[in-house]
Design a protein around this ligand. Structure first.
Ligand code: EPU
Length: 339
């Protein structure tokens, strides 16, 4: 049974904890619910916001339309061969709980993505990534429903056009599909990715002599807990901006003025610069403005201490963009979606 609620506070539906109101909200538990919903009179005429965990969202105003909260659950093993296990999960599964399920089953591929807030269905939309791994590395395919026609469609990995925090769902088919299930190919014999950042150092501190999937996951969780605010305690949406990719020549010029500037070589022409470093250099790190601010341990994260307004966070983001542009000539682009 579908229940459409009116005038619902979205505070508990977004990790920033912004108290905006949705004109209508409905929760869908399975494929049939989606079909029933799409056939209801008037549903096609409303603007729709498809919501997973609400962990990559900034609500700058009330939403005068229908919020569709995806609650589709279930995890199944689809098939298995000597090396791999294919797992299909409902879009409404909590991402971290799904990762823990795989870790406990001894399946490798997602352990570096432990503790990322959000849901399974939202993860491919922006090709979530952390500590040298992206979802595209284990992604096999997803099932989606076309909102206008109700038709089901499979998107293969190639069709998803994954890029850095990017996919077809943020571009060509933005807002056109509801993702219902995602399938992953996990490995029985692990391939460990421990070269990124502090992972090896953390494993050493933890006294880990022999690498396991669980140990890598534990190390990632430890690092994330030490740097990133827990949305259950302080409202936030993880990285607010993407790390900018700039021409190698521009990077060299900047390095002459700012010898400390970090950079990761993408290819001969492009270098990725950590936005957190740029923002920190502009003096924003740890700054608080009433109920909002810039996180003290990771300048890439904007926070709502409680009662903050989406528009105030947007304005703070714009000031940060302006100052980074003035000082470094680099335009920061947001990772978070604005509503
Ligand atoms: N840095 C600073 N000051 C800061 C933050 C970072 O100087 O306040 C510099 C340091 O040089 C540090 C470097 O930035 O060595 C990289 O920092 P970190 O490892 O924390 O990663 P990040 O580049 O800031 C990215 C992702 C995170 C992901 C981490 C770990 C983006 C936009 N963000 O952050 O993803 O967890 O790497 O892989 O790519 C998210 O997308 O929401 C997210 C949290």
């Amino acid at each position: 049974m579908l229940t459409i609620q009116s005038n619902v506070s979205l505070k508990s539906y977004n990790t920033f904890g912004i108290d905006a109101t949705a004109r209508y909200l409905v929760e869908v538990d399975n494929d049939e619910d989606i079909q029933t919903l799409l056939q209801l009179p008037d549903v096609q005429t409303f603007p729709k916001l498809i919501l997973g965990g609400g962990s990559n969202l900034l609500l700058t105003q009330d939403f005068n339309g229908l919020v569709v909260k995806i609650n589709i659950k279930g995890i199944q093993t689809v098939k298995e061969d000597q090396d791999n296990v294919w797992i299909r999960a409902g879009a409404g599964e909590n991402w971290h709980e799904f990762v823990m399920y795989c870790v406990e089953k001894g399946l490798s591929g997602l352990e570096n993505l432990s503790l990322i807030p959000g849901t399974v269905g939202a993860a491919p939309m922006q090709n979530i990534g952390a500590y040298g791994v992206e979802i595209k590395d284990t992604f096999e395919r997803l099932e989606a429903v076309h909102i206008l026609t109700g038709q089901k469609r499979i998107f293969t990995k190639e069709e998803c056009r994954f890029g850095y925090r990017d996919s077809i769902f943020k571009n060509e088919v933005r807002g056109e599909y509801i993702i219902s299930h995602v399938q992953f190919r996990l490995q029985k014999t692990p391939t460990f990715h421990v070269a990124y950042g502090d992972i090896q150092k953390t494993l050493d501190q933890m006294g880990i002599k022999e690498l396991t999937i669980k140990a890598v996951s534990d190390a990632v969780i430890k690092i994330r807990r030490s740097k990133l605010p827990d949305p259950a305690e302080i409202g936030n949406a993880g990285s607010f901006f993407k790390n900018p990719e700039i021409p190698a020549a521009q990077y060299q010029t900047l390095k002459a003025t700012f010898p400390e500037i970090p950079g990761y070589i993408i290819n001969d022409e492009t270098v990725k610069v950590p936005a957190g470093w740029l923002i920190e250099q502009c003096g924003w790190k740890g700054k608080r403005f009433g109920s909002i601010g810039v996180h003290a341990r990771q300048a890439l994260v904007l926070v709502n201490y409680g009662g903050g307004k989406g528009n105030d966070i947007r304005q703070l983001a714009e000031k940060i963009q302006l100052s980074v542009e003035e000082q470094f000539g680099i335009r920061l682009h947001t990772e978070v979606n604005f509503i």
